[in-house]
Design a protein around this ligand. Structure first.
Ligand SMILES: NC(=O)c1ccc[n+]([C@@H]2O[C@H](COP(=O)([O-])OP(=O)(O)OC[C@H]3O[C@@H](n4cnc5c(N)ncnc54)[C@H](OP(=O)(O)O)[C@@H]3O)[C@@H](O)[C@H]2O)c1
Length: 244
């Protein structure tokens, strides 16, 4: 299987590359940090069928699309590249807000604009979105991130409905906290934090089972679902008591 992983230079993407590095798989690792991608390539090279590195900034859409087109045939794309703007009580500057949406949402469309016609022609293809449990509840300190991931959910849902008839599978993963460069920056307590290897094992299993939506860890997901059933005034009280 030929697998394109975006955001493969650290965190979940890096670990996904490790776990998909088997003799059956041809890996394409995409991110900006060339040194990290080549280091990972040398680590997994012998275990995989092949490993290609694509150095790209996903927000430079024109260049990105040329690079994606050059890859040719792809069986599965894991749209994992993502950023947060940190957890601050300050208003997010517009440039940071726009960049966040470019990476977390728009870049995925830029990639799929190129890949979807190929998948349609192949009559197959798997698209894996990496959303977040944060898409289900918007915390006061992460409005930009939560909203970008909620928009991603809506986008993934539409893509799933539209391309089912073409044999294209859409899997949307909603992880809770997993150890990575992104979460290493958080100074607050992260409930149900998973280590990277275990978190990615769960993601890989959900992809193998072709789950439409996979939200985890289950206990964290259930708490959020429960919160979302409460009347708004009560939810507001609880959220504001957690995030003072
Ligand atoms: N860790 C968690 O708890 C958690 C929970 C829910 C969802 N997620 C999601 O999981 C995904 C991976 O995050 P992570 O936790 O593994 O964070 P991470 O370690 O910070 O990794 C982010 C990856 O995205 C890439 N990236 C960022 N901006 C890019 C750009 N402009 N162009 C190309 N690549 C870019 C980074 O590579 P370069 O810097 O080399 O470009 C890096 O490889 C994200 O979508 C995140 O929202 C994470």
């Amino acid at each position: 299987m030929k697998i394109l992983i975006t955001g493969a230079s650290s965190g979940l993407g890096e670990e996904l590359a490790r776990q998909y590095a088997t003799k059956d798989n041809e890996l394409i690792l995409l991110a900006r940090r060339e040194d990290k991608l080549f280091k990972l390539r040398s680590e997994v090279f012998e275990r995989a069928k092949s490993v290609e590195v694509v150095v790209a900034d996903v927000t430079l859409f024109d260049e990105l699309q040329v690079k994606i087109d050059k890859i040719g045939h792809v069986d599965m794309v894991i749209l994992n590249a993502g950023i947060s703007v940190g957890h601050s009580s300050k208003i997010t500057p517009i440039a940071d807000f726009k960049n966040l949406y470019d990476v977390n949402l728009t870049a995925n469309h830029a990639i799929l604009e190129i890949l979807l016609p190929k998948f349609q022609e192949q009559k197959s293809g798997k698209i894996v979105f990496i959303s977040s449990l944060a898409s289900l509840i918007s915390m006061p300190s992460s409005k930009a991130y939560s909203s970008s991931k909620r928009a991603l959910n809506a986008y993934a849902e539409g893509i799933r409905y539209k391309y089912k008839k073409d044999g294209i599978k859409v899997i949307n993963i909603l992880p809770g906290f997993i150890q990575s460069e992104m979460t290493d920056k958080n100074s607050f307590h992260m409930p149900f934090l998973l280590n990277t290897v275990d978190g990615v094992k769960k993601i890989k299993k959900a992809i193998e089972k072709e789950k439409r939506i996979y939200a985890f860890p289950l206990r964290f997901y259930l708490i959020i679902l429960l919160l979302n059933t409460l009347p708004h005034f009560l939810r507001e009280m609880i959220v504001n008591s957690i995030y003072k």
